[in-house]
Design a protein around this ligand. Structure first.
Ligand SMILES: [Zn+2]
Length: 694
């Protein structure tokens, strides 16, 4: 294949088809316009198809080099164009980009289907796979062969022609449906805001009001203050606004996303997705979609997932019910003549926390300056892995708020670029994520990764810096942990790079990294008051750490209930969920969901499982990984040093740098010397202790 400009019709006009003359050959965002994408994609599809055809019809006998390695070398242009495109779709979209996305997603399925279901190509792979023991492969090569064989097999390469045709049509339709699901969600989030008049600010902190003004300005409503449906706007509002009517309004809008009966309604989309997934699983010979999906995970079966979730659910629910009674008592004590509703929980929990732990989020926020927390995340990585960070102003970005750092290893050698895109804006989808513009590999020489973190933090307004809530600070470290997984990757083959691991393993590097954020030695150094520069006072620090276990019943219930619903959607017959709302209600009744707590993600806004299939029947993954991260951090505690060099080296070698090149269970045991001990999770969440009396 070639990416040189003379190979296409109007190469000079299309920066996506030219070599990039930028620092580190990064995408020249300023030159890339929406109209460049479709021609670039068509060109990339054609190149890739030609490369795969050459491998398929290679007259030489199939071997590892001419088939498996050759596949690893194919599709470079497609990977390059896709990475830029999907970064813009999620972090800086506009109507033109979203239109193209609608066209590209089914087109992408049409491109991949004939490759992944190619019987001749699969025949070559299967032959090599059969002879694998006698090929003298390295450990990484063996893993690559297993993964490649598995991916083709699971895509349906071994099916008969009729089944293949149906499976292909299903994939294409699912791609369309996933795209419209996320467009609908973005649509509902963009359409709604609640203006706060002078009389509507009761209970809100200065920092919240400043960010509400910044959000208004971002939407062209300068001088006003608004609540938006971004989680980092709604949740602090629900926590602090003493206006019960406004809390109810915001809560209802937030939980109704995708379920408003308007053009953005996702109910029928969900029904069709579930029914097509079930059909695809049946074609593959599995009883349910969850059985099909989970076979390719650490958990392996729906029963293993259910048993973990149920083990956590019982103590979490008991804790939440005890907390509910305490919150209701607080309402009554204050003379509130009402039963606690879901829009009251966060507000009264925050009050109760002030009583019990003498701590509220607003007290710590002035000490959690975004820039200092970025420094903290970098500093921990320097201490653990010896890497350093230098900001670069010469690398093109997709939005003026994006910052870029060059990452070097201990010897000063270039290792990666890290892009941080931290602030909420209406062109960005909600949530926080890590992605990449280029992955590490060294198949044909070292390729340094370009890693991205995207968050939705509130921007400071005027001269005020952006201040983080404790949850935001944790998110920052979480996404940076994923970022390190991408940046520290040290594998040969691109498809095993960095985060290319099982979904229930991928949250280990990210969740583990959160532990450093809450260490006193880290907070003492980096949590400094944004105005005075004073370090976090010790008693506030102690109260902050003590308060972390507070309200864990609620947090665990809202998460586990979502994970259980995900599992039920994908284990019960699709016919059971034709009425999505009724299904949701029935399932919540079945598990005894406390009426005062809502799902963290109601079905019509559950992008993790419906925007694509990545986390479908996989939302439990966060908890599966938490069993490991809670246990893994113990290795540093046992060593008596949270930056213990020997433990850090094992962490780098076995977890952060090995990508998908080893089996995850083996990787964990290599690091820890044993299997994870599941009670560490319950202990960390404080769920093993008896609920405190009201
Ligand atoms: Zn994550």
């Amino acid at each position: 294949m070639s990416e040189t400009p003379q190979d296409t019709g109007h190469p000079k006009a299309n920066p996506l088809l030219q070599p990039w003359q930028t620092p580190f050959e990064t995408p020249p965002f300023a030159e890339i316009r929406p109209e460049h994408f479709l021609p670039a994609f068509e060109r990339a599809f054609a190149d890739h198809s030609a490369e795969v055809a050459a491998i398929t019809h290679d007259p030489s006998a199939p071997d590892f080099a001419n088939t498996i390695t050759a596949l690893e070398r194919s599709g470079k242009l497609l990977a390059k164009v896709s990475a830029v495109f999907y970064d813009l779709v999620s972090a800086n979209s506009n109507p033109a980009i979203l239109e193209i996305d609608k066209e590209v997603s089914p087109r992408m399925a049409r491109h991949w289907n004939p490759i992944m279901m190619n019987a001749v190509l699969f025949g070559r792979i299967a032959l090599i796979h059969n002879n694998r023991a006698s090929l003298g492969l390295t450990g990484e090569q063996m893993r690559l062969l297993e993964r490649t064989y598995n991916n083709f097999y699971r895509a349906g390469a071994g099916l008969d022609e009729t089944a293949k045709a149906r499976r292909a049509a299903i994939n294409e339709r699912l791609a369309e449906l996933g795209t419209s699901f996320s467009h609908h969600l973005l649509g509902d989030e963009q359409d709604w805001f609640m203006e706060l008049g002078e009389g509507d600010l009761d209970g809100l902190s200065e920092a919240f009001i400043a960010s509400a003004r910044a959000a208004a300005e971002e939407r062209g409503l300068a001088g006003k203050a608004i609540v938006t449906l971004s989680r980092s706007s709604v949740e602090p509002f629900l926590k602090s606004s003493s206006r019960r009517d406004l809390r109810e309004k915001a809560f209802r809008a937030f939980t109704a996303r995708g379920d408003n009966g308007n053009a953005n309604d996702n109910n029928t989309t969900v029904v069709e997705i579930l029914s097509l997934r079930e059909e695809a699983a049946r074609i593959m010979g599995y009883p349910t979609y969850a059985a099909y999906r989970l076979e390719d995970s650490m958990a392996k079966t729906p029963d293993a997932v259910r048993s973990l979730l149920e083990r956590v659910w019982k103590p979490a629910r008991a804790r939440a019910l005890a907390d509910r009674d305490a919150l209701q008592a607080l309402v009554t004590e204050e003379g509130g003549n009402f039963s606690l509703a879901p829009w009251d929980w966060r507000y009264y929990a925050e009050k109760l926390r002030q009583v019990r732990a003498n701590f509220d989020d607003a007290a710590i926020k002035p000490y959690l300056v975004l820039d200092h927390m970025i420094d903290a995340a970098f500093d921990c990585a320097t201490r653990l892995f010896g890497i350093t960070f230098t900001e670069r102003k010469d690398v093109p970005v997709w939005h003026p708020d994006v910052r870029v750092w060059e990452v070097k290893d201990a010897s000063g050698k270039h290792k990666a670029l890290f892009y941080g895109d931290y602030f909420a804006r209406s062109s960005k989808r909600s949530g926080a994520w890590m992605t990449s513009l280029r992955d590490q590999q060294k198949l044909d020489g070292e390729v340094a990764p370009l890693v991205i973190n995207v968050c939705n933090f509130s921007k400071g307004s005027g001269s005020e810096p952006s201040l983080l809530s404790p949850d935001d600070a944790r998110t920052l470290f979480h996404e940076f942990g994923h970022g390190l997984h991408g940046m520290m990757s040290d594998v040969t083959y691109p498809s095993l790079s960095g985060t290319s691991v099982f979904t229930d393993f991928v949250e280990l590097p990210s969740q583990l990294y959160e532990h450093w954020q809450e260490q006193p030695q880290v907070l003492r150094q980096f949590a400094r008051h944004y105005q005075t520069g004073e370090p976090l006072p010790d008693d506030l620090l102690q109260r902050f750490l003590a308060a972390r276990k507070f309200n864990q019943g609620f947090a665990t219930v809202e998460f586990v209930s979502s994970a259980l619903i995900d599992l039920e959607f994908h284990t019960q017959p699709a016919s059971a969920s034709r009425d999505v709302r009724a299904f949701e209600k029935a399932e919540l009744e079945k598990i005894g969901m406390p009426a005062e707590i809502a799902l963290r993600h109601r079905p019509t806004q559950f992008g993790h499982i419906f925007s694509g299939d990545h986390y479908a029947s996989g939302y439990y993954s966060y908890m599966w990984s938490e069993v490991m991260d809670a246990d893994a951090f113990g290795a540093f505690e046992e060593a008596g040093d949270i930056f213990d060099p020997a433990t850090a080296k094992r962490l780098l070698d076995d977890i952060y740098s090995s990508g998908g090149s080893v089996d995850p269970e083996d990787a964990y045991v290599a690091f820890r010397g044993r299997e994870p001990e599941p009670d560490a999770l319950l202990r960390r969440r404080g769920l093993l202790e008896t609920p405190e009396a009201a």
